[in-house]
Design a protein. Structure first.
Ligand SMILES: NC(=O)c1ccc[n+]([C@@H]2O[C@H](COP(=O)([O-])OP(=O)(O)OC[C@H]3O[C@@H](n4cnc5c(N)ncnc54)[C@H](OP(=O)(O)O)[C@@H]3O)[C@@H](O)[C@H]2O)c1
Length: 322
């Protein structure tokens, strides 16, 4: 069974914050602004929206998918891709349990899922759990509840196995989501994941491409720091980021861009599709300015050189497999 090809935009929009109070300070009064973000992205050709069935805290669980479903209503299905991630919770260990999760997501989204992704690899703690879940992804496509399959937080070894398993069921892996930004280049520098993805025809989607907002330049070593769970992490990282923030600022100024636009353009130049999270229309507008121009080889090399020398970079996702 051939899955439909996705016409990848150069950039997407992440929606983790849409419903998450704990980390991102969401409140429902933001909804009209989030709708404006959605509509603005579509106007700018940013047609991929990434969500997850675990997004939304407490009683707001599933809020991000619901909001996307509401916002997409009235737009032709082909005008945007709604990509969700199904979490491999410990109680999901049969194909049927994943199919049910996918059905619930499709219901919240109000339409079949354009890209259904396994949120993380279970290789580090329950490798046996992965195959039935891959089977569940395949069944969602066979039942036309989903159009294409993607993976997330898989390294080259597990990607190769998953690709082979799905191929035997006639399903191709369309995409791989990894944490990737100037401050987190490791997933593509510590292995030949990029070459493997190219060979397998897998699109690399870069999540947290602004390193949770660190690369926007609005958080500085001397403050301000964000509230909530990011506060501790930023306090640990920011003091050592001075050279990078300075270089980002210098490139941005020379180009008439902002640090966020430079950081996102860096992801695009590294052949990935960044999905920056946006909580406001102004952020979405700024982020869209990462497109339509290119950092040159010298600028890329200079930024890479500075990052290589940093004593601390972003922590890796503990679920990222080998
Ligand atoms: N597969 C996975 O395991 C996984 C993991 C994490 C994320 N993701 C996906 O990737 C998406 C993006 O990652 P992320 O949301 O973690 O981090 P991110 O894109 O690196 O940072 C997003 C945050 O930065 C701030 N921001 C964004 N644009 C800005 C701008 N132009 N100026 C100033 N601040 C700006 C906003 O927060 P403040 O305004 O509060 O600073 C925003 O919520 C998520 O929404 C999610 O869809 C996937």
């Amino acid at each position: 069974m051939e899955t439909a090809p996705i016409h990848w935009p150069q950039m997407g929009c992440g929606t983790w914050a849409w419903g998450n109070q704990l980390l991102w300070g969401y409140n429902p009064q933001m909804d009209s602004e989030l709708r404006a973000v959605f509509e603005y992205c579509l106007q700018r050709g940013i047609t991929l929206f990434d969500t997850g069935d675990s997004y939304g805290t407490g009683r707001l669980q599933g809020r991000s998918e619901r909001l996307l479903g509401e916002f997409a209503q009235g737009f032709p299905q082909q005008s945007c891709y709604l990509a969700t991630k199904l979490a491999p919770y410990p109680w999901r260990w049969t194909p049927q349990s994943l199919v049910q999760a996918g059905e619930a997501s499709a219901q919240r989204l109000g339409r079949p899922i354009d890209l259904v992704q396994l949120h993380w690899s279970t290789a580090n703690y329950a490798p046996w759990q992965e195959r039935p879940l891959l089977e569940g992804l395949a069944q969602l496509c066979q039942q036309r509840r989903a159009t294409a399959v993607g993976l997330s937080n898989f390294g080259p070894r597990r990607l190769t196995l998953a690709h082979q398993y799905l191929k035997e069921r006639g399903i191709s892996v369309a995409s791989l989501q990894i944490q990737y930004s100037l401050l987190c280049p490791e997933p593509l520098t510590h292995s030949d994941l990029r070459g493997l993805c190219r060979d397998l025809g897998v699109k690399i989607i870069a999540y947290s491409p602004l390193t949770l907002g660190l690369l926007t330049g609005k958080y500085q070593p001397e403050g301000p720091y964000p509230p909530g769970l990011r506060n501790l992490l930023f306090r640990r990282l920011l003091p050592s980021l001075k050279p990078l923030l300075a270089a980002l600022g210098a490139v941005a100024q020379a180009r008439g861009k902002t640090p966020a636009q430079v950081a996102l353009n860096w992801c695009v130049q590294k052949d990935t599709l960044p999905i920056p999270g946006a909580k406001t229309l102004a952020q979405a507008q700024e982020n869209s300015g990462a497109l339509g121009w290119s950092l040159d080889a010298g600028e890329l090399a200079e930024l890479d050189r500075i990052v290589e020398r940093l004593p601390r970079r972003m922590v890796q996702n503990i679920f990222q497999s080998r």
